[in-house]
Design a protein around this ligand. Sequence first.
Ligand SMILES: CC(C)(COP(=O)(O)OP(=O)(O)OC[C@H]1O[C@@H](n2cnc3c(N)ncnc32)[C@H](O)[C@@H]1OP(=O)(O)O)[C@@H](O)C(=O)NCCC(=O)NCCSC(=O)C[C@@](O)(CC(=O)O)C(=O)O
Ligand SMILES: [Mg+2]
Length: 295
Amino acid sequence: MQNLRRTMLYVPGNNPGMIRDVHIYGSDSIMIDLEDSVSVHEKDAARLLVYHSLKTLDYGNTEVLVRVNALNTPYGRKDFEAMVRAKPDAIRLPKTETAEDVLEADQLISKIEQEIGMEQGTIKLFAAVESAKGVLNAQQIATASDRLIGIAIGAEDFVTDLKTTRSLEGIELLTARSLVLFAARAAGIAAVDTVFSDVEDEEGFTNEVKLIKQLGFDGKSIINPRQIDIVHKVYTPTEEEIRKSLRIIEAIKEAEEKGSGVISVGGKMVDKPIVERARRVLDLADASKCGTRWM
Ligand SMILES: CC(C)(COP(=O)(O)OP(=O)(O)OC[C@H]1O[C@@H](n2cnc3c(N)ncnc32)[C@H](O)[C@@H]1OP(=O)(O)O)[C@@H](O)C(=O)NCCC(=O)NCCSC(=O)C[C@@](O)(CC(=O)O)C(=O)O
Ligand SMILES: [Mg+2]
């Protein structure tokens, strides 16, 4: 079983009110941030707050990730030491540039798991690539560790690295998004798109969600509860898509009973990949209806 990851809601790790309430908005995952939303003056206080929050709060079925600081910063190691002990579902590695970055994190988590008697492999990893180097190494990053459950792109840092800015059309991100997506699919892990920073621009946000869904992403990192329903709506199959998928499954069953793997539905050829897509639509419809778990 795999989690639905349409929405991964960032919450700043220095904001106790938001951390307490973040799961009530209904995102598929929450991602408590110790990195760029927390100033250097508050890193230690935020780490302590997040540790105690994870030890005491119950987020129910919602997947919980913590974005730590990178291991090449003064905060990274302390973040790992505390967060593995706090036991989120996964740790998100920011600014991942090489497979070695993932391996270093993997080995540190293994060491801490061993020290505290936690089963090896309990804490999963999610790698975010946010630079040209990270994107070009996405394939190696995505296969670097068995702990990796997904790879994400962080566009604000990425466009800064490229020496450009973000446009609403996202032309500057197309190659990077595609490479990250290919790496995820080849490795069999989740692919999550980046944040859209203007929470007031619903139209721009909706267009971006449609684009990344069409590219093949499983979902999006988001920064505000107002963005959740928009993503879920785009990702939930329509009545028409569900009806069409049911017709395809029915038709291929009949064809197979007659010894054929191909049939025409409404004038269009239906064969194995189309059946697989129809099954995915039905799985997604089921999962969207009944909560977070789906095949
Ligand atoms: C944007 C804004 C300030 C707007 O504030 P506003 O106050 O105008 O929001 P309102 O809508 O008015 O809030 C209505 C109610 O919702 C509550 N509420 C709001 N946001 C909530 C939330 N996130 N979690 C729980 N609760 C929330 C709020 O407390 C209020 O509750 P109440 O008072 O009870 O009614 C706020 O949302 C916010 O801080 N967002 C998170 C920002 C953040 O984490 N950035 C770091 C990650 S990105 C990054 O690092 C770049 C990246 O790395 C990314 C990549 O990897 O892709 C890259 O490189 O690209
Ligand atoms: Mg970033």
